[in-house]
Design a protein around this ligand. Structure first.
Ligand SMILES: *Cc1c(COP(=O)(O)O)cnc(C)c1O
Length: 477
């Protein structure tokens, strides 16, 4: 191209005013604001000019520019935090938002969000109240604790307890329980940060009551038991019973605390989880103070619960660090609603426990339904397969959950890795598993309506695997 050609082409690029006046721009101006639309168009025009000047062929027709702007606007206006389809079979998927909220909890959150509330207001006396009171009684009812306190999350709960009860003193922990959870919560690090001194006892696989006894000294404040949430040591192992640890702690006048991680509010058998200790039983066996998450196995919002003996919990209530771990009203309302469901015994109205205990037969039927829907729409090999699901969230490492799913192979768009990547690009991204170069859709974690999303997404994938359908249109609704 000559310089004259290039100049000619540059002049042919429609100007900002022309583009802004076009029909397609109006709904976007209403939706995103004039400045945003201008910024996006400007970005596109600059990119087009740059590509032209570096000699790359460039179609500068108004249609082509419009298409590019629509694509960029759709991208710019798409929420960053988006809903996805969890087809991994991992119920408490930390990367996908852990627990889903019960319908009752969602309604409670909406009420708390839309209206003023008695969050910190004592209605009977017309004076300032405590936000904690809205859930304390329920936690005590459900766990048998004498008192309870909630904070932002379980990591915060552990930190608060260590700072308030063991700062500058020693905490005895078994070497078998010095865990790291999700790469960001490491017991030794939290301990150091709290100012408590970690005293490790026993070995990785075996710790005896005598080890604990030998670890307790003049300056010991606490004996801490940590749930080894995301790993399992098998074979030649030993750990003392809680009641023996409690007896030892109380004989020496130190606090016996347990970081239970997930915090089961019902017998583990009810979820088909053998060998998992529930909070009530831990406390019955002599634990003074227990902490656990609200959004793991409990199935509520992100929150950290501290429950146990009144004297110990009361010692935490006025600690200044509590203010930095404060729970907001939306969370508190969702937690209260979830606890009320537990008190009513409505386990199947709480998504996380409900998904954990779906019978295998039901999963198989769902997988067959999904496979049938796919077979009509997708030119690929579709097969119902048994899969290993998981509780997840560093909650139950012992055994995978037996589940069912659908394997998709021989899809014209590509193999498992390619399909996984393409499904992540969709308007409603689908996160799926893979096995032996087949895409595997685990049905346990699919929500109502997700099957349709999955079928449509797989049906829309083209052999050449371009962008998914729907891009570029104003998805105003
Ligand atoms: C998950 C977990 C934590 C951290 O809880 P968050 O609610 O994520 O802050 C701490 N301790 C144990 C044993 C856990 O399993």
């Amino acid at each position: 191209m000559t310089v004259e050609d290039i100049k000619q082409k540059l002049r042919a690029i429609p100007g900002m005013d022309v583009l802004l006046a076009q029909d397609w721009a109006r709904p976007w101006i209403e939706r995103a604001g004039r400045e945003t639309v201008k910024r996006v168009i400007n970005g596109e025009l600059t990119a087009v000019r740059r590509r032209m000047l570096t000699g790359q062929e460039e179609d500068v027709s108004p249609e082509r520019i419009r298409e590019a702007c629509l694509g960029a606007l759709t991208e710019a206006e798409r929420p960053n935090l988006r809903r996805v389809v969890n087809a991994t079979g991992v119920v408490i998927h930390t990367n996908l938002g852990r627990s889903l909220m019960a319908a009752e909890a969602v309604r409670a959150m909406e009420r708390a969000a839309r209206g003023y509330s008695n969050l910190e207001y004592n209605l009977a006396q017309g004076v300032r109240g405590q936000r904690n009171v809205h859930v304390e009684g329920l936690v005590c009812d459900l766990t048998g604790a004498e008192a309870a306190l909630v904070v932002n999350n379980n990591a915060g709960a552990v930190l608060l307890c260590l700072i308030a009860l063991a700062r500058g003193r020693e905490v005895v922990v078994s070497r078998g329980e010095l865990v790291e959870i999700g790469g960001s919560f490491r017991v030794p690090d939290i301990m150091e940060f709290s100012g408590a001194k970690l005293v490790e006892v026993g070995t990785t696989n075996r710790t005896h009551i005598e080890d604990y006894r030998a670890g307790l000294g003049e300056n010991t404040a606490m004996l801490l038991k940590v749930h080894p949430s995301n790993f399992r040591i098998e074979g030649f192992t030993a750990a003392p019973e809680r009641k023996d640890l409690a007896a030892l702690a109380h004989e020496r006048g130190v606090v016996f605390m347990e970081d239970a991680g997930s915090g089961l509010l019902v017998d583990g058998e009810l979820l088909g989880l053998r060998g998992e200790m529930d909070v009530r039983t831990s406390l019955q066996q002599g634990v003074d103070l227990i902490t656990f998450s609200g959004d793991k196995m409990l199935g509520g919002p992100q929150i950290g619960v501290i429950a146990g003996r009144r004297a110990v919990v009361n010692g935490l209530r006025k600690h200044p660090i509590l203010r930095t771990l404060r729970v907001d009203k939306i969370t508190l309302s969702a937690f209260e609603a979830t606890l009320r469901l537990y008190r009513r015994g409505a386990l199947d109205d709480i998504p996380t426990p409900a998904m954990i205990r779906i019978p295998a037969e039901t999963l198989r039927e769902r997988a067959e339904g999904l496979a049938a829907a796919l077979k009509g729409r997708v030119a690929a090999q579709v097969e119902v397969v048994s899969v290993e699901d998981a509780v997840g969230g560093g909650s139950y490492p012992e055994k995978p959950l037996a589940g069912w799913g659908v394997a998709v192979s021989g899809h014209p768009a590509g193999g498992a890795g390619r399909l996984q990547a393409l499904l992540r690009e969709g308007e409603r991204p689908v996160i799926a598993g893979a096995r032996d170069d087949a895409l595997v859709l685990h049905v346990r974690t699919l929500q109502p309506g997700d099957e349709e999303v999955v079928v449509n997404a797989l049906a829309a994938l083209q052999p050449e695997a371009g962008p998914l359908a729907g891009k570029g249109e104003c998805a105003c609704e």
